[in-house]
Design a binder for this molecule. Sequence first.
Ligand SMILES: [Zn+2]
Length: 124
Amino acid sequence: MVYYLLVGSIAFFLVVLVAMLAGFFRRIQRAVAEKTASQNELAQKIDIARDAPGGSAENPIAIETPVLVEAKAEDARCLRCDTPMRVEGHAAKTMAGRPLRVAELRCPRCEARRELYFELMRPS
Ligand SMILES: [Zn+2]
Protein backbone atom coordinates (compact mmCIF):
# COMPACT_ATOMS: atom_id res chain seq x y z
CA MET A 1 0.00 0.00 0.00
CA VAL A 2 2.75 2.43 1.02
CA TYR A 3 4.67 1.25 -2.03
CA TYR A 4 1.80 2.21 -4.40
CA LEU A 5 1.45 5.60 -2.76
CA LEU A 6 5.16 6.19 -3.14
CA VAL A 7 5.22 5.12 -6.81
CA GLY A 8 2.08 7.19 -7.44
CA SER A 9 3.53 10.33 -5.93
CA ILE A 10 6.85 9.87 -7.75
CA ALA A 11 4.96 9.42 -11.04
CA PHE A 12 2.88 12.51 -10.28
CA PHE A 13 6.02 14.46 -9.44
CA LEU A 14 7.63 13.39 -12.73
CA VAL A 15 4.56 14.41 -14.74
CA VAL A 16 4.57 17.83 -13.07
CA LEU A 17 8.31 18.17 -13.65
CA VAL A 18 8.03 17.26 -17.35
CA ALA A 19 5.14 19.71 -17.79
CA MET A 20 7.15 22.47 -16.10
CA LEU A 21 10.21 21.74 -18.23
CA ALA A 22 8.10 21.73 -21.40
CA GLY A 23 6.60 25.09 -20.46
CA PHE A 24 10.05 26.42 -19.63
CA PHE A 25 11.50 25.35 -22.99
CA ARG A 26 8.49 26.71 -24.86
CA ARG A 27 9.01 30.06 -23.15
CA ILE A 28 12.71 30.08 -24.09
CA GLN A 29 11.84 29.17 -27.70
CA ARG A 30 9.29 31.99 -27.85
CA ALA A 31 11.75 34.50 -26.36
CA VAL A 32 14.40 33.52 -28.92
CA ALA A 33 11.88 33.81 -31.77
CA GLU A 34 10.75 37.23 -30.54
CA LYS A 35 14.31 38.44 -30.21
CA THR A 36 15.15 37.27 -33.72
CA ALA A 37 12.03 38.98 -35.07
CA SER A 38 12.84 42.26 -33.33
CA GLN A 39 16.44 42.10 -34.57
CA ASN A 40 15.19 41.57 -38.12
CA GLU A 41 12.80 44.47 -37.66
CA LEU A 42 15.64 46.68 -36.38
CA ALA A 43 17.86 45.68 -39.33
CA GLN A 44 15.00 46.63 -41.68
CA LYS A 45 14.53 49.99 -39.95
CA ILE A 46 18.28 50.68 -40.24
CA ASP A 47 18.14 49.90 -43.98
CA ILE A 48 15.13 52.17 -44.46
CA ALA A 49 16.78 54.99 -42.46
CA ARG A 50 19.96 54.64 -44.53
CA ASP A 51 17.96 55.09 -47.74
CA ALA A 52 15.91 57.99 -46.33
CA PRO A 53 17.03 61.62 -46.80
CA GLY A 54 19.93 62.33 -44.44
CA GLY A 55 20.69 58.65 -43.95
CA SER A 56 23.91 58.70 -45.94
CA ALA A 57 26.49 61.03 -47.45
CA GLU A 58 25.04 60.19 -50.88
CA ASN A 59 21.55 61.30 -49.85
CA PRO A 60 21.89 64.31 -47.52
CA ILE A 61 19.11 66.65 -46.39
CA ALA A 62 19.50 70.02 -48.10
CA ILE A 63 19.72 73.00 -45.75
CA GLU A 64 20.61 76.65 -46.28
CA THR A 65 22.53 77.27 -43.08
CA PRO A 66 24.27 75.06 -40.47
CA VAL A 67 22.01 76.64 -37.83
CA LEU A 68 19.23 74.38 -39.09
CA VAL A 69 21.15 71.17 -38.48
CA GLU A 70 20.12 70.79 -34.84
CA ALA A 71 16.46 71.65 -35.36
CA LYS A 72 16.18 69.16 -38.23
CA ALA A 73 18.24 66.47 -36.55
CA GLU A 74 16.08 66.57 -33.43
CA ASP A 75 13.09 65.47 -35.50
CA ALA A 76 14.84 62.11 -35.89
CA ARG A 77 13.68 59.28 -33.67
CA CYS A 78 15.60 56.33 -32.32
CA LEU A 79 15.34 53.29 -34.59
CA ARG A 80 15.46 50.96 -31.61
CA CYS A 81 12.99 52.56 -29.16
CA ASP A 82 11.37 55.45 -31.08
CA THR A 83 12.56 58.09 -28.59
CA PRO A 84 13.44 61.52 -30.05
CA MET A 85 17.20 61.60 -30.63
CA ARG A 86 19.53 64.16 -29.09
CA VAL A 87 22.21 65.94 -31.10
CA GLU A 88 25.64 65.33 -29.58
CA GLY A 89 27.35 67.60 -32.05
CA HIS A 90 27.87 68.21 -35.72
CA ALA A 91 30.92 68.62 -37.84
CA ALA A 92 31.67 69.97 -41.28
CA LYS A 93 32.97 67.34 -43.66
CA THR A 94 33.61 67.35 -47.34
CA MET A 95 32.57 64.08 -48.90
CA ALA A 96 32.82 63.39 -52.62
CA GLY A 97 33.44 67.10 -53.14
CA ARG A 98 30.22 68.14 -51.37
CA PRO A 99 30.23 70.33 -48.28
CA LEU A 100 28.35 68.27 -45.70
CA ARG A 101 27.41 68.60 -42.09
CA VAL A 102 27.32 65.33 -40.20
CA ALA A 103 25.20 65.37 -37.05
CA GLU A 104 25.99 62.81 -34.35
CA LEU A 105 22.76 61.67 -32.72
CA ARG A 106 22.37 59.71 -29.52
CA CYS A 107 19.23 58.22 -28.02
CA PRO A 108 18.80 59.47 -24.43
CA ARG A 109 16.94 56.29 -23.54
CA CYS A 110 18.84 53.33 -25.05
CA GLU A 111 22.13 55.05 -26.01
CA ALA A 112 21.80 54.02 -29.68
CA ARG A 113 23.77 56.25 -32.01
CA ARG A 114 23.40 57.27 -35.61
CA GLU A 115 24.53 59.95 -38.00
CA LEU A 116 22.46 62.27 -40.09
CA TYR A 117 23.88 63.95 -43.19
CA PHE A 118 23.11 67.49 -44.37
CA GLU A 119 24.28 69.36 -47.42
CA LEU A 120 24.74 73.09 -47.31
CA MET A 121 23.04 74.71 -50.24
CA ARG A 122 24.89 77.72 -51.50
CA PRO A 123 22.48 80.61 -52.00
CA SER A 124 22.29 81.30 -55.73
ZN1 LIG B 1 16.60 54.41 -28.29
